[in-house]
Structures are given as C-alpha cells and as structure tokens.
Ligand binder design. Structure first.
Ligand code: SAM
Length: 289
C-alpha cells in the first residue's frame, strides 16, 4: 500500500483500498470524492492538471487539487455563464472568453449562429487539450472554426484591446495564482475598454455563502465601472456551498427579450430559469444593496 501511495499523483490518497481526491485548499473544510480512475495527470507550466473519473460526478477536471468542472454538473455552470449574457445581448457577434479552458462556455456560445467570432484566451494549453481529449461531456471536443484559441494571460490580452467585443465572459478559476488578477479592479477596467459601447461582461463571482467578501468586492468594482450591474445565481453541486454567483456589468440597461431564443438542447437554462435567476435571496440582496 505504501508503494501504491508513493506512485499516486499529488492530491490523491488511498483509504481501505479506495482512491480519494481531497480538496483541502480551505482552512476549515475538506471535500473528498471517491475516484474510480486517473485518466490524465501532468504538471503544466502553470498548475497541476488532472482528469479523474469519479463515482458520483463522472469525469472531472481538477487543477492544483481543486475540482473545476464535472460531467454531471458542468453544464449548469457553463450554460449559466454563457446563455444569460447571450440572451441579454441578442445581437452579439464577437465574444471573448477569458479562462474557460474546459471549453464548456465556448461550446455553449458556439450554439448561436449569429455569433461570428469567439476568442478563447486561456493561459494553460494543457487544460484545453486534456479536456478536449478526455472530458467530452463538458468540452464537446469543441472544433468550431469561429473559436480562436489564444494561449496567453487574459490580463495582458485585454489590456491591449479597445472597443472590440460585444460580450466578455470571465470564466476563471478561484482567485489564487494566475487567476488572482482576473478579480482586480484594474482588470475589469481593461475589460470595459475592450468592450464596444453597448457591450456587457459577466464573471463568476464565487460562493455567496463562503466568499461573500469576494462577491461584494467584485460587485463594487464592476459597479464603479459600469452603469448597469446585476447579480444572478445557480446551484452547482461541486462548488463549495452549492449556491454560486455571477456578476454582469453593462453599458446599456439590462433587459431580457420578451421571448428567449435559446438553443433547443440546453439541459439547465430555460425561459423560467432566465427570469428567476436574478431573484436574489434576502441576505444577498441586503449585502449588495
Ligand atoms: N468553471 C470553473 C470554476 O468556476 O471553477 C473554472 C473554469 S476554467 C477551468 C478556469 C481556467 O482559467 C483555467 O483553465 C485556468 O488555466 C484559466 N486561467 C487562470 N488564470 C488565467 C489568466 N490569467 N488568463 C487566462 N486564463 C486563466
């Protein structure tokens, strides 16, 4: 058993003959997943990348030991971070995704025929390649000619763009390491400049339960930069606390079309979810007032 433990990828442990991934990036909370198989495991220049097959969540992308997305619930997050802004800006043509290496958000955006270009700026090519090959439930093995994969730092990329995009989706990992700057005021200011006059941005703004401070700071930053701000939520079982938040900043008033024009193969977002997701629980409404 000692020998088996020594040859395991980092973050994995055996217990009574079973393999477990334990997320221990938080001080007071550990979350463990029973693992069937290690599909891919390698250190990139930026982080440790794994695709694991788990019992309850199917295949999952794990970066530096933290679960990012899974076959079972990845669609909830990816549909929410893409279809909500795409419904709010139904004539969008150019979309920029920052992060999003699992390709799920790009896959959803590519379902709209009026979108002409999707620039996907991901710092770590290994995440994209491993998800395309080993996590098709999330990535759909995306190969749409409108999607341009650009492997660079999203912060530097947006700094050099002005008045280019209709929608910018910031699909980042947690605010540590290379993703930390994706939560800063200066970064959102560059995002605003990279958007067209009627453009809008959305970012994942973390758990309202466990990271209320990050959500409030993100909301305050975006509010300083954009005249119209809205927060919406979804429940994503693999993220700590379940309840997850997204924050939108827009230069023009936010209003959903009378009738949504959603792709017909969504699994989570529908007309009712679109209308309901902006209804915030009382504690969030008060904190963000
Ligand atoms: N849905 C996931 C979640 O909320 O945990 C995250 C999606 S995706 C896997 C996040 C991606 O952001 C990672 O692949 C990571 O490599 C990428 N990333 C982190 N910092 C970045 C940066 N500065 N520029 C571009 N991509 C970045």
């Amino acid at each position: 058993m000692k020998q088996l433990q020594d040859s395991l990828p980092p973050y994995l442990k055996t217990e009574n003959g079973d393999l477990w991934l334990t997320e221990d990036d938080r001080e007071n909370l550990k979350i463990s997943y029973r693992i069937k198989d290690v599909i891919f495991s390698q250190q990139s220049a930026f982080q440790h990348v794994m695709i694991l097959d788990s019992y309850d969540f199917g295949r999952m992308l794990v970066l530096d030991g933290v679960v990012q997305t899974t076959s079972i619930d990845g669609h909830i997050y990816n549909e929410m971070i893409s279809h909500i802004p795409l419904q709010l800006h139904p004539s969008a043509k150019k979309v920029l995704i920052i992060g999003g290496g699992d390709c799920g958000a790009a896959k959803e955006a590519a379902k709209y025929s009026h979108i002409e270009q999707i620039d996907m700026v991901e710092i770590d090519e290994m995440v994209v390649q491993s998800c395309k090959e080993h996590l098709p439930a999330v990535s759909g093995n995306l190969s749409d000619p409108r999607v341009r994969f650009i492997y660079t730092d999203g912060v530097a990329f947006v700094k050099e763009r002005e008045n280019v995009y209709d929608i910018i989706i910031i699909d980042s990992s947690d605010p540590v390491g290379p993703a930390e700057a994706l939560f800063s005021y200066d970064f959102y200011a560059s995002v605003r400049r990279a958007l067209k006059d009627d453009g809008l941005m959305v970012c994942q703004s973390q758990s309202p339960i466990f990271h209320l401070d990050i959500l409030k700071q993100t909301h305050a930053n975006i509010r300083q930069l954009f005249p119209h701000v809205a927060v919406y939520t979804a429940t994503v079982p693999t993220y700590p606390g379940g309840l997850w938040s997204f924050t939108i900043g827009s230069s023009i008033p936010l209003s959903l079309p009378e009738t949504a024009s959603l792709p017909n193969d969504t699994k989570y977002v529908n007309e009712a979810v679109l209308k309901q997701c902006f209804q915030l629980p009382e504690f969030m409404r008060k904190e963000l007032e």
